[in-house]
Design a protein around this ligand. Structure first.
Ligand code: GRF
Length: 211
């Protein structure tokens, strides 16, 4: 399968997905990286590995004309023949025309157990600060399909990690991130293998291959 990975930051999840493609865990390749931040770690890593990059949307500060959502969609479909879109720390909403065109083919990873601690404003360290402040005993990554709202599409997989009373938000972030790098490649592998099915009420079910 052809994968497009959308990033805004360091891109450690992108790197874990790329590595899983390289070792054959994911039967697919990262055909394209899309970012709103031209100099972020994810973009630089892509450039180092000869993976094409597109900037979307263009920064508002520069008066540079960016590509339109339709142009991006056309590039995804026709130029790069993208089968699945993977959001990996992409801090913008995906344009609705892309969500429609790639219905049930866009995944996101969120660093908390949705539907708690998600939605607009819950990103980066703020998520882990809110988890610690709440006194919750568990956190962990959620991989979910993307709809037109932040962090609200159907949940595909979660991993639970403990939260200890002495934890700082940074401790929780590190513990969750380690699980992100395991669960996201597993989910992408399942998607590429056709091991994701749907319950009648729209809940996706991941078959682990009988492990
Ligand atoms: C991760 O915590 C992910 O769950 C969230 O954004 C962060 C991205 O980190 N959506 P990285 O850029 O993949 O290192």
């Amino acid at each position: 399968s052809h994968l497009a990975v959308f990033v805004s930051g360091g891109g450690s999840n992108f790197k874990s997905i790329h590595a899983a493609c390289q070792r054959g865990q994911i039967k697919g390749e990262v055909a394209l990286v899309v970012s709103n931040v031209p100099t972020c770690g994810g973009v630089l890593y892509a450039q180092d590995h000869d993976i094409p990059t597109l900037i979307y949307p263009a920064s508002k500060k520069k008066s540079v004309e960016g590509m339109t959502a339709d142009e991006l969609l056309s590039a995804l479909k026709h130029q790069f023949e993208v089968d699945f879109i993977l959001l990996a720390g992409y801090l913008r909403l995906i344009p609705p025309e892309i969500v429609r065109a790639y219905n049930c083919r866009i995944l996101n990873i969120h660093p908390a157990l949705l539907p708690a601690f998600g939605g607009k404003g819950f990103y980066g360290m703020r998520v882990h600060e809110a988890v610690v402040a709440s006194g919750a005993r568990f956190s962990g990554p959620t991989v979910h399909f993307v709809d037109e709202e932040f962090d609200r599409g159907p949940i595909l997989a979660q991993r639970a990690v403990p939260v200890y009373p002495s934890d700082t938000p940074g401790d929780v972030q590190a513990r969750v991130l380690r699980q992100e790098h395991i669960v996201y490649p597993e989910c992408v592998a399942a998607l590429c293998d056709g091991r994701v099915s749907w319950r009648d009420d729209g809940v996706p079910i991941l078959w682990d291959g009988g492990k």
